[in-house]
Design a protein around this ligand. Sequence first.
Ligand code: AKG
Length: 309
Amino acid sequence: MCACNPVEIRYNVDKELFASSKLHQPFVLKGYDIGPCVEKWSVKYLCSEGADKVATAHVSESPNMNFIDKNFSYKKMKFSTLVQRASEQVHEEYFTTPTEYYYFRSLGEDVRKKASNINEQFPALSNDINFPDLITDGHFFSSVLRIASAGMQLWTHYDVMDNFLIQVSGQKRVVLFPPTDALFLYLKGDKSEIVDIDNPDLNKYPLFAKATKFQCILQPGDVLFIPALWFHNVVSLEFGIAVNVFWRELDESYYDAKDVYGNKDLVPAARSMDIVNRALKVLDALPGPYKDFYARKIIAHIEDKALAK
Ligand SMILES: O=C(O)CCC(=O)C(=O)O
């Protein structure tokens, strides 16, 4: 049993209230008309609409894909092959052991310079989907097509932008943790080191016991609001298709101009991290116990001066 808090469910969201940031908590928006994609996006339709495209998929023998063991590889294939294979994989919990799990997230035309935009990469598909009418004009950043085979679990991570995750087909479990849990999640960059959040090794990760889990099961047609910096871990309970839309809540100048994924730390945060790393090098000049003592003093100082009270 999961000691989880349910993610709030809403059937209506007031645009002004949303824009005022008063709703900066995850919620599942139900009953929003996301368009004909829910009925139209069958495997056959997707294969025909993206038939000529080449796609790069994450492929793994483990359902629990993660960057810590790097237990997946990137494989290039025809988009239609990817959709076909991803849809055919059966998760062992249900039937038999699959040989491969697939995960696809669309990328921009120039993967290093441009963020994904499904209007450009999948123009025919983009006509079938309505994004929630809640994003402030001019703040849009990217739209990403995501395809996952049954059982696929995506590592716990945060993004620096607000995000609507629009579930088009298949059920999906999403577990979220608030940004204030950052110290309990053993971060490596934007990802948590804890790969198995359902059976965590609490000897290795004792602080994880303090984390606050929020959970929802997305159904086709549901839209999940994932605010910037909220950690999320996603399990596709079935073969699933989703689109997510990222947008910038803050002024553009806060964001790294080279960020095409929406996950590079904000410019002042990245600069602060560089300065901390330089400070740590300075501290290295001290013998062990002195270094430890001053490191603790610095932690106390940061806690006092920078954490929200
Ligand atoms: O649903 C997925 O496949 C992943 C969602 C995700 O990580 C995101 O929306 O940022």
